[in-house]
Ligand binder design. Structure first.
Ligand SMILES: *[C@@H]1O[C@H](CO)[C@@H](O)[C@H](O)[C@H]1NC(C)=O
Ligand SMILES: *[C@@H]1O[C@H](CO)[C@@H](O)[C@H](O)[C@H]1NC(C)=O
Ligand SMILES: *[C@@H]1O[C@H](CO)[C@@H](O)[C@H](O)[C@H]1NC(C)=O
Ligand SMILES: *[C@@H]1O[C@H](CO)[C@@H](O)[C@H](O)[C@H]1NC(C)=O
Ligand SMILES: *[C@@H]1O[C@H](CO)[C@@H](O)[C@H](O)[C@H]1NC(C)=O
Ligand SMILES: *[C@@H]1O[C@H](CO)[C@@H](O)[C@H](O)[C@H]1NC(C)=O
Ligand SMILES: *[C@@H]1O[C@H](CO)[C@@H](O)[C@H](O)[C@H]1NC(C)=O
Ligand SMILES: *[C@@H]1O[C@H](CO)[C@@H](O)[C@H](O)[C@H]1NC(C)=O
Ligand SMILES: *[C@@H]1O[C@H](CO)[C@@H](O)[C@H](O)[C@H]1NC(C)=O
Ligand SMILES: *[C@@H]1O[C@H](CO)[C@@H](O)[C@H](O)[C@H]1NC(C)=O
Ligand SMILES: *[C@@H]1O[C@H](CO)[C@@H](O)[C@H](O)[C@H]1NC(C)=O
Length: 445
């Protein structure tokens, strides 16, 4: 029985290999809505739950409202295991603790098949929901019963429901959180959607081809505003700067123009801001000197001009700074110790900007030229012609951006370890295979 143990060892050594293949994009996760058959019920008998110390044991006598169970079944959500016991199947459901029947508070539908239909009956019986999310559910848009729209506090629609209108979204007036991404939103502007949502705290409407102008009136409790990747035009209204609770602002990749409002620094809670990839012009407003919480500042790919203000180098918490592809001029006011503190710094693609070679080594690739004694660029920056031509040298700027170098360093933390793991597993399998073959040949001969 010599070959017995080696075979076992080989099989064991192959196990981690098949395990590591699950790191690939291919996934074997079961979709709740594509399999018509429900999974096998729990093998443990239900009464044993009563002496489990889990929080659900207190309400073990109460289970989900049968009407809601039927609604879940009509949506192909497995109900053989009580959907109220956490963690539920893919965390798709969560319930309150009411008696005799519990009710659904949150429901997340992911990866639906496109022939799934939400009936009005199912939606009516699901009106206790406060959180509803559709993720990769390209089903037809549905009319929500008014009980549901008034109860909803959080609504998420990512690459789902085919197409939305501003009027449809705007009916959910009690929302505190709205997330829409990767689905066309037909609206005259964000005001139609947000105008009556007086309790909003977090708004994300991205990659939705949303048109129109930014609202002039805002509800002041908003802390998170992301309208990036749309077709918004016009100026950034100065009324936006009244949002003193705003911590996150992303207006990148739109068609905004005009100047950054001079009162921008009134956004005293702001930590992360991107106004990148618009057509903003004029100078960086002086008021921005007083933004104590700023961590991430992205003004890249606009037509901002004037000198880069020195106060940026006094922002203590700054980690990410992108000023690339603008029309800034003069001497860049940063020294090497400031740049070292940043995780990402990009300043290339500003033709009339230069750096002082007595404060910054020319070994640091910035994508801008050194200054002469008058503070003018000595030579045109490498591989780039004029500031207006952003499509021309797009591939070159990566070579000169310090940020990318640092990013690469960071990603190496992950890179080699996986490679080393793979090589180790591969080598050990080969060794086992050789041992096995030797033993096999001895046994046969
Ligand atoms: C949905 O599909 C994506 C990608 O195919 C997968 O990563 C995710 O886990 C799936 N989610 C559920 C709940 O099945
Ligand atoms: C469900 O939520 C728990 C706790 O938040 C988490 O640990 C678990 O990974 C989640 N399961 C799925 C399938 O998302
Ligand atoms: C918002 O919720 C309250 C109760 O929480 C309700 O009275 C009101 O009708 C809801 N508003 C809308 C527009 O649905
Ligand atoms: C937005 O519009 C572009 C064309 O203008 C189209 O290619 C893209 O698919 C649209 N995106 C969405 C989410 O509707
Ligand atoms: C958006 O809605 C308006 C009016 O409701 C309509 O005229 C227009 O065709 C719609 N646009 C698209 C792209 O569906
Ligand atoms: C804004 O937030 C404050 C504090 O969290 C709260 O008291 C107030 O009711 C909120 N206002 C609205 C309109 O939600
Ligand atoms: C803003 O949004 C864009 C695209 O949606 C994204 O690439 C970028 O990282 C975001 N910036 C911030 C500061 O979150
Ligand atoms: C804010 O920016 C920092 C630095 O770039 C980043 O690490 C962090 O994840 C960002 N936070 C959010 C909410 O995007
Ligand atoms: C910046 O551009 C604006 C027009 O957008 C112009 O009026 C202004 O003079 C320019 N300022 C500098 C310092 O070039
Ligand atoms: C670099 O600039 C910062 C901020 O302007 C300043 O506090 C620091 O003293 C400077 N360091 C050197 C070595 O000049
Ligand atoms: C460069 O820095 C040195 C030393 O700080 C200073 O004397 C010189 O004037 C600066 N040159 C320019 C063009 O700003």
């Amino acid at each position: 029985m010599a070959p017995g143990p080696p075979i076992l060892l080989i099989l064991l050594s192959l196990l981690p290999l098949s395990h590591s293949s699950s790191l690939s994009p291919h996934t074997t996760a079961i979709s709740p809505t594509k399999s018509p058959s429900a999974p096998t019920p729990l093998t443990s008998p239900a009464p044993t739950h009563s002496h489990l110390p889990s929080p659900s044991s207190s309400s073990s006598s109460s289970t989900l409202d049968p009407k809601q169970i039927r609604a879940l079944q009509s949506l192909n959500i497995p109900t053989s295991k009580d959907p109220c016991i956490q963690p539920s199947f893919h965390n798709a459901t969560a319930c309150d603790a009411s008696k005799p029947f519990r009710h659904l508070l949150s429901l997340r539908l992911s990866n639906c098949s496109d022939d799934l239909e939400m009936s009005i009956t199912a939606l009516k019986s699901l009106s206790t929901l406060t959180n509803l999310a559709f993720i990769n559910c390209p089903i037809s848009p549905i009319h929500f019963p008014s009980e549901l729209t008034s109860n909803l506090r959080s609504f998420t629609c990512i690459k789902s429901l085919k197409k939305l209108t501003g009027v449809w979204l705007g009916r959910m007036q009690n929302l505190t959180d709205l997330t829409v991404s990767g689905v066309t939103v037909n609206a005259s502007g964000p005001s139609i959607i947000l105008g009556n949502m007086k309790k909003l705290k977090s708004v994300t409407i991205t990659a939705s081809n949303l048109t129109g102008y930014l609202p002039k009136h805002w509800h002041l409790n908003v802390t998170h505003l992301d309208l990036s990747g749309n077709k918004l035009k016009g100026k950034i209204p100065s009324s936006l700067t009244q949002l003193e609770n705003l911590e996150f602002l992303n207006l990148s990749s739109n068609a905004l123009n005009g100047e950054i409002p001079s009162s921008f620094g009134d956004l005293i809670s702001l930590q992360n801001v991107s106004l990148a990839s618009n057509s903003l012009s004029g100078a960086v407003p002086d008021s921005m000197a007083a933004m104590p919480a700023l961590v991430h500042l992205d003004l890249g790919t606009n037509q901002l001009n004037g000198t880069i203000p020195k106060f940026i180098s006094e922002m203590k918490g700054l980690k990410y700074l992108n000023l690339e592809k603008n029309n800034f001029n003069g001497v860049m006011p940063f020294n090497a110790s400031f740049l070292q503190r940043l995780v990402v710094f990009k300043v290339g693609g500003n033709t009339n900007l230069c750096y002082n070679h007595s404060t910054i080594s020319s070994k640091v690739k910035l994508g801008i030229a050194p200054c002469d004694k008058h503070g003018l660029p000595i030579s045109p920056p490498p591989a780039r012609e004029s500031g207006g031509d952003s499509s021309g040298g797009s591939s070159s700027d990566d070579d000169y951006s310090m940020g990318d170098d640092i990013n690469h360093k960071e990603s190496h933390h992950h890179g080699p370890s996986k490679v080393v793991l793979g090589v180790a597993i591969g080598l050990s399998s080969i060794v086992f295979l050789i041992v096995f073959l030797i033993l096999l040949s001895k046994w046969c001969g």
